[in-house]
Design a protein around this ligand. Structure first.
Ligand SMILES: Cc1cc2nc3c(=O)[nH]c(=O)nc-3n(C[C@H](O)[C@H](O)[C@H](O)COP(=O)(O)OP(=O)(O)OC[C@H]3O[C@@H](n4cnc5c(N)ncnc54)[C@H](O)[C@@H]3O)c2cc1C
Ligand SMILES: NC(=O)c1ccc[n+]([C@@H]2O[C@H](COP(=O)([O-])OP(=O)(O)OC[C@H]3O[C@@H](n4cnc5c(N)ncnc54)[C@H](O)[C@@H]3O)[C@@H](O)[C@H]2O)c1
Length: 463
């Protein structure tokens, strides 16, 4: 039986990053994967969706060429080619992980892994052959898939999940998107910008309900302006797929409404891969669909660890990777600190983009802080005007007493790249005064962070 220092079950951004860090630290490492290297993120999540969104953005630029003094008469699209581009990019990224595994001398074992007692895993390959492997430490990084609601069973044709939504053979004329988290909002944006008539149904009172309320409201205004029908405080109770179109019964505060569309996308969250991986046989504890771990990702059974979507905390690629690195460094005896889950950025790559970190205004008030809030709209930014991207704003929240940067919330073009400033500032425990006195390059969208901070302190220049 092959023996390793570390075996990682699952090769998503949690698993493959953990394996590379383990190899860097001199540990003999293997990764087990049943599908494609790179997991959901590279193959069915972060990367292919961003490729689709980029195509939609280019299409929008072409449609609005005249705004820039240019002509692109009757711009057209080839939906199949758009999907193909996205799939090719995902495939290339997965090959990149294969290269990284080789470069770092990590063994890749393809097949379905099942945990066994005594720090062993048995792997069944696609020919049905089973082989057992052993390690001193086993890291579970098996991720998640689309959650199915009983009222919204996915048939893969008229009611679909995210995988099908990024590989449809034909662009639907109309689509109902159920759920306005990151998945629902990104697909609503992509399909709407490509010309599909989109209805977005959200159970909560705001779309992107985890964001600061002002961001959610602005997002809703922009989505409505794009032509998306936004239905909040609403849920799809049932779907009738017997006809050519899907008929969805939507329960709203005012009663029931029947909406017809070519397809319904269910984007109501995820279900973790904790079944059929041997957790029960080993005695590993779970709670509410997640594997229970401590600050360093150790499960209740010594030698078994869990990271990424399969554990509590935000289900994000950068979180999975950070957890993987920390878990391995702790195993290797490095001096490490637990991850600060209060300083994790969240980004939605829709048009407009949303990015945030830290507390919302409501959360800061509820936590008892006396706060200073500043806001700077992109309509007052020179770079935004030059770019034709005046929709959106930056909002900052500081503790009035000590100047601690409690939260930063952005909506608009390119903000997903801008949020890192606030994440780093908060990590380095900067103050509002220091942000205000940090010279930002002109003209950039990032000046809005400095100006929003100046607004919080009554010193804003361009408003
Ligand atoms: C449409 C979509 C868009 C997203 N966009 C973003 C984004 O822009 N930014 C962001 O931060 N996050 C995004 N996410 C979330 C992100 O993809 C996940 O948080 C991330 O992939 C989790 O990483 P992971 O390593 O925990 O698991 P995964 O990436 O899910 O990988 C788990 C791997 O384990 C394998 N596996 C499972 N069970 C077994 C087994 N028994 N044996 C062998 N292999 C097994 C699976 O095949 C899979 O490859 C998106 C998700 C979706 C669905
Ligand atoms: N850009 C990104 O970082 C990105 C992109 C996609 C996915 N992800 C991650 O993947 C995970 C899954 O994403 P998601 O958007 O599916 O989940 P989510 O939990 O973020 O959002 C689901 C939304 O569906 C709503 N909802 C639930 N049941 C409903 C119902 N019956 N009717 C109407 N609305 C209903 C919820 O209120 C919620 O707003 C999340 O953790 C997300 O962070 C991240």
């Amino acid at each position: 039986m092959s023996k390793y220092d570390i075996i990682v079950l699952g090769s998503g951004p949690g698993g493959y990053v953990a394996a590379i860090r383990a190899s860097q630290l001199g540990l003999k490492t293997a990764v087990i994967e049943k599908e494609s290297l790179g997991g959901v993120c590279l193959n069915w999540g972060c990367i292919p969706t961003k490729a689709l969104l980029k195509s939609a953005q280019v299409f929008q630029y072409l449609n609005h060429a005249e705004d820039y003094g240019l002509r692109a008469d009757n711009p057209d699209k080839d939906f199949t080619a758009v999907v193909k581009r996205s799939r090719n990019i995902a495939e290339g990224m997965s090959k990149g992980v294969e290269f990284l595994m080789k470069k770092n001398k990590i063994d890749v074992i393809m097949g379905h892994g099942t945990l066994k007692k005594g720090k062993k895993i048995s792997v069944k390959d696609d020919k049905g052959k089973t082989t057992d492997y052993e390690a001193d430490h086993i890291i579970i990084a098996t991720g998640a898939h689309s959650r199915e609601l009983p009222s919204l069973p996915q048939d893969g044709k008229k009611v679909i999940g995210y995988r099908k939504a990024m590989t449809l053979e034909k662009q639907p004329e109309s689509m109902i998107v159920v759920g306005s988290g990151a998945i629902g909002s990104e697909f609503a944006s992509f399909y709407s910008d490509m010309g599909t008539k989109v209805t977005l149904v959200e159970f909560q009172s705001n779309i992107v309900p985890l964001e600061d309320e002002e961001v959610s409201k602005q997002f809703e205004r922009i989505y409505k302006k794009k032509g998306i029908k936004v239905m909040t405080n609403s849920s799809v109770e049932s779907v009738d797929t017997s006809g050519k179109k899907v008929k969805a019964t939507v329960k709203t505060k005012k009663g029931e409404e029947i909406i017809e569309a070519d397809v319904v996308l269910s984007a109501v969250g995820i279900k973790t891969h904790i079944e059929n991986i041997g957790l029960e046989a080993v005695g590993i504890k779970t709670d509410k669909d997640k594997i229970t771990v401590n600050d360093f990702y150790q499960t209740n059974v010594p030698g078994y660890y869990a990271i990424g979507d399969v554990t509590p905390g935000p289900a994000l690629a950068h979180v999975a990777s950070a957890e993987g690195i920390l878990c391995v460094e702790k195993i290797a005896g490095e001096k490490v600190e637990a991850l600060d889950y209060g300083n994790i950025p969240g980004c939605t790559y829709s048009n407009p983009e949303i990015a945030s970190v830290g507390m919302t205004e409501k959360q800061a008030k509820e936590a008892g802080y006396e706060i200073k809030v500043g806001k700077f709209p992109f309509s007052a930014s020179g770079k935004a005007s030059a770019s034709g991207a005046k929709d959106g704003f930056v909002k900052v929240i500081f503790d009035a007493k000590y100047g601690e940067w409690l939260g930063c919330h952005m909506i608009g073009a390119g903000v997903t790249d801008m949020i890192a400033e606030a994440v780093l500032g908060r990590k380095l425990e900067t103050t509002g005064h220091e942000v205000l006195k940090t010279v930002h390059p002109h003209p950039t969208m990032s000046e809005a962070v400095m100006e929003a901070t100046a607004d919080a302190y009554g010193e804003v220049i361009h408003l």
